[in-house]
Ligand binder design. Structure first.
Ligand code: AMP
Ligand code: MG
Length: 297
């Protein structure tokens, strides 16, 4: 399991470049939350990691979504390098994209629209890629990797159109055939979690997005505008068959007043995997946590 130092150097440079970009944009970095009484529901990953202590259960963070919404009450632009624990099913260990411990660069902007955070996401990604190209092109060439230049805005396609054109595995097909990072927008409400905001003008359609890497590397980031009104949050929780009591803290916060916001999370290991053209995201980590694969250290 000996990693080349290039992977570690590139990971470190990616973190530095992203942090530098966001600080220039006026973002404040938050220390990550590791344990919380409530976390992202993530219905496609039902198993939860829980620590019982001090008479209550604490979830290991699956994403900082609710903490980000709370944080933008105080600072208008926040980000965190957030360690996430997601007990993905063992078969996802073979996708090349799934770890059960990973880090996402998770950010949120008060009063922002989806288009504004998409613009930010494009500029962030292109900045990181340009910094890596500048400092590592020779080393990348030595491992047979060349990072093409991409132009903005990245193409975008609506979820329904993508599905019609490419079938049920549209994400895979779109990522494989695309020459540029590509956006999928307007997910149907049943495809996502309750906190993605429903478009007030198009019931059943969310104001959200995913970005896919080209060359078949798959999903880079997910995000969107958020539900922030207490009654809307409650209705969306019920619509997904979840129990509003489990999200009492979030609803109470929304009653006090949550601002509208939008944001996204981009997986750090997947970004480094893409930059280096690695076959599995686990190759990025010195101590990878791959679903279904035992570890000794
Ligand atoms: P999500 O909001 O669930 O889409 O997560 C945000 C981002 O984190 C995704 O777009 C991926 O880049 C990354 N991510 C999510 N799950 C995993 C995983 N199991 N392993 C590695 N990266 C992940
Ligand atoms: Mg996603």
């Amino acid at each position: 399991m000996l990693r080349s130092s290039l992977v570690l150097e590139v990971t470190s440079a990616v973190l530095g470049a992203a942090r530098e970009f966001l600080e220039k944009e006026g973002f404040v970095e938050l220390l990550p939350v590791i344990l919380a009484p409530v976390t992202d529901p993530l219905r496609t990953t039902p198993d939860r990691a829980i620590v019982s202590a001090y008479g209550q259960d604490w979830y290991l963070t699956r994403s900082m979504i609710f903490h980000k919404q709370a944080a933008v009450r105080i600072c208008p632009k926040i980000f965190s390098f957030s360690p996430n624990i997601r007990l993905e099913p063992a078969e996802r260990g073979k996708t090349g994209r799934h770890l059960f411990e990973f880090v996402q660069l998770d950010l949120e902007v008060r009063e922002a629209t989806r288009d504004e955070v998409m613009d930010l996401g494009e500029r962030l990604l292109l900045y990181v890629l340009s910094e890596i190209r500048r400092d590592f092109s020779r080393k990348l060439a030595e491992v047979g990797r060349e990072l093409p230049e991409y132009s903005r805005p990245f193409p975008r396609i609506a979820w329904h159109e993508a599905r019609k054109e490419f079938g049920p595995d549209f994400e895979e097909a779109l990522s494989r055939q695309s020459k540029s990072p590509v956006w999928i927008v307007d997910f149907p409400i049943e495809e996502r979690e309750f906190y993605d905001r429903e478009d007030p003008e198009r019931p059943g359609i969310l104001r959200d997005m995913d970005l896919l890497y080209p060359e078949g590397f798959g999903e880079a980031l997910s995000g969107g505008e958020r539900e922030y009104l207490p009654e809307r949050i409650r209705l969306r929780i019920l619509r997904q068959g979840l129990d509003p009591a489990a999200y009492a803290g979030l609803i109470a916060l929304a009653k006090e007043g949550l601002p509208p916001s939008a944001g996204f999370g981009i997986g750090v290991e997947r970004l480094v995997r893409f930059i280096l053209g690695l076959s599995h995201v686990g190759e990025v980590r010195l101590f990878p946590r791959i679903p279904g694969v035992p570890a000794v250290l």
